[in-house]
Write a protein that binds this ligand. Sequence first.
Ligand SMILES: Nc1nc2c(ncn2[C@@H]2O[C@H](COP(=O)(O)OP(=O)(O)OP(=O)(O)O)[C@@H](O)[C@H]2O)c(=O)[nH]1
Ligand SMILES: [Mg+2]
Length: 456
Amino acid sequence: MSEPFSLSDFEVADRAALRRVPSLSTELEEISEVEYRKLRIEKVVLAGVWISGSWQEATRSLEELARLAETAGSIVLSGVIQRRDVPDTATYIGSGKALELKKIVAETQADTVIFDGELSPGQLRHLEDTVKVKVIDRTWLILDIFAQHAKSRDGKAQVSLAQMQYMLPRLRGWGDALSRQAASGGSVGIGTRGPGETKLETDRRRIRDSMVKLRREIKEMARTRDTQRAVRRKSNTPAVAIAGYTNAGKSSLLNRITGSHVLVEDALFATLDTTVRKAQAPSGREVTISDTVGFVRHLPHQLVDAFRSTLEEVSDADVILHLVDASDTDPRGQYLAVREVLSEIGADNIREILVLNKIDLLSKEQREDLEHEFFGAIFVSAHSGEGFENLWQVIESNLPEPTIEFFGVIPYARGDLLAKIHNEGKLKSLNNLEVGMEVEALVPAELAHQLNLAKV
Ligand SMILES: Nc1nc2c(ncn2[C@@H]2O[C@H](COP(=O)(O)OP(=O)(O)OP(=O)(O)O)[C@@H](O)[C@H]2O)c(=O)[nH]1
Ligand SMILES: [Mg+2]
């Protein structure tokens, strides 16, 4: 997976020698269409259209699609890009190209074609009818990766909901033969179907029912998380959220700052669940730092919707560390894609610190170019630790200021309050008097209240 994918690298004949997965046709009668779509995508051909931008951008996009496909566990056999002014309404790539694709599929014995975009239900149907194998798009591929990586109950529910939402308008049913067979009391899903209901209708009904249930579950889980966040907020600890493109090094950054051991992997979407940890800034002030799911170009809006409550960790933060992989071929593209999602989740007004990570991989010239391009950004390496002192300084200067002035004398026995001032506020002066400690500080409201109660 670490090898960059190159379209010309593939020896089609070589790959075709691989054993073909046994045909799915016999299984189709036993499973619902949703399950069929979820079947492991094994040997794939990629197809994209080049509409705007440079040729380089078009290939880069297909290369990223290949990485996504590999992350989902497939072997990429071949890839095609078609130049068009607009995608074809019926077949996305155009009917001529679709026939060409059919030939490539037959030659390579691929079992799936993945399109680099989101296909309309009609396009999906046309293309499946033409190429005669399963057709999926970038959106479904990303949903599939999320489904494979989701671990928590919460994450699984959110992904399932997104998958169903995507699937509902795209269900095809398996043709008349199958529904007739079912209607006449065949072996398909006995007892699950009302009188006269086709398999397609049954699938639709099942999905709608499950979606209602999932929405309810997700809401309940979100409530628990809201409560936890409310507790953290009440303690006046500023919240710093790490956001960024998938594989930018967000989990690595969290681990370095907080000494945690969140899974770090050279894979897309390694992290789906949010981790929140406490950390202490060099001045002693406490903050929480959260690591969460990464973003990608054209992140499916179904996912953004379903993950909205998870992403509140970001949209509710005081400061966002926007992490960009400086060693990527297109850091600006990553940056823009993340900005887009941030604005979609209503986080574009939050203070944002731009951090370019993985500078240990850059040459001197590359670094200078990026320093010029991303003027004012912080350059770090989560691996070597370079730049972290500076990063902390910038984080601290962006934390919300404690607002209440306190001046008074607190008893020596209340060292706990002094510690709190260090953690949550700013100590301006400290005089040790006979009766106690004379303190001048800027503190949050809650702590000001406690200090006033303890004052001598
Ligand atoms: N050379 C180098 N590699 C890094 C650095 N930071 C992270 N990596 C590598 O980049 C890959 C991704 O790191 P993660 O921390 O998992 O990235 P992430 O942003 O959490 O990724 P997802 O959770 O998958 O979105 C891993 O192979 C890391 O070892 C760095 O500063 N330098
Ligand atoms: Mg991660």
